[in-house]
Design a protein around this ligand. Structure first.
Ligand code: GSH
Length: 224
């Protein structure tokens, strides 16, 4: 028995392992918050993991996810799933967050791969050493120019795409926006100048205004 997304006690529930302040952990939680009225409920217990305290490297967590990373999903049937975007997709099934048309579904996958290859690998470490563990920033100073250059190049591509449209896929707001928003909206915390990307800034505000949107600061709060 565990507390579900509804706040009530559920007989069977997924367990989603997450950590505070993480753009990756934020994505599947945002999906749970935005699956929308009228779609079947997904009962999910949010289990905080202390990454900075080393919990992902301890035997207890490695027995759950040998890769030692969050987010990680243990389903109500004991199945295991890693990778934030895969978990987000699984939890979004049955909702309008996943586009219906084949081309739009493929566009969503395209942007979720872009997020993991062009944005997250640059924004996440720059932010980590700037904001989450600033004591290690100096020791990693030589790596910052590479992260900033590559991250800005990715943000420029995103900006050019968004200059012509409201959301990433032609079908409108959905899972790709949630995935790309995860680290993009935190980029300033890594030293990125988002003023260079005005269409990205306008899109960030559009994403923030979507029904059910929760700020990353509320990541560990129980879902309504
Ligand atoms: N590609 C993975 C990256 C996951 C990741 O880097 N997780 C970090 C927190 S944001 C983590 O668990 N780090 C702990 C560790 O490596 O020990 C995803 O999208 O889920």
């Amino acid at each position: 028995m565990s507390t579900g997304a509804s706040g009530g006690v559920q007989a069977a529930s997924h367990t989603l392992y997450i950590t505070a302040g993480s753009g990756n952990s934020y994505k599947p939680v945002q999906v749970l918050a935005q699956r929308g009225a009228g779609t079947p409920a997904v009962h999910c217990h949010l289990q905080p993991i202390d990454v900075l305290g080393g919990e992902t490297r301890r035997p207890g967590f490695l027995a759950i996810n040998p890769r030692g990373q969050v987010p990680f999903l243990l389903t109500d049937r004991g199945e295991r799933l890693g990778e934030s975007n895969a978990i987000a997709w699984y939890l979004a099934e049955g909702s309008a967050l996943i586009p219906a048309a084949p081309l739009h579904r493929a566009q969503a996958i395209q942007w979720m791969i872009f997020e993991q290859t062009a944005l997250e690998p640059n924004i996440s470490p720059a932010r980590f050493f700037s904001t989450l563990v600033p004591a290690l920033r100096e020791a990693n100073a030589a790596r910052f120019p590479g992260w900033l250059d590559a991250g800005h190049a990715g943000l420029a591509l995103l900006d050019a795409h968004l200059a012509e449209r409201e959301f990433l896929c032609d079908s409108g707001y959905g899972i790709a926006d949630i995935a790309v928003f995860g680290y993009t909206h935190l980029a300033r915390e890594g030293g990125f100048d988002l003023d260079r990307h005005p269409a990205v800034l306008r899109w960030i505000e559009r994403v923030r205004s979507q029904p059910g949107h929760r700020p990353v600061a509320d990541l560990l709060q129980p879902l309504a």
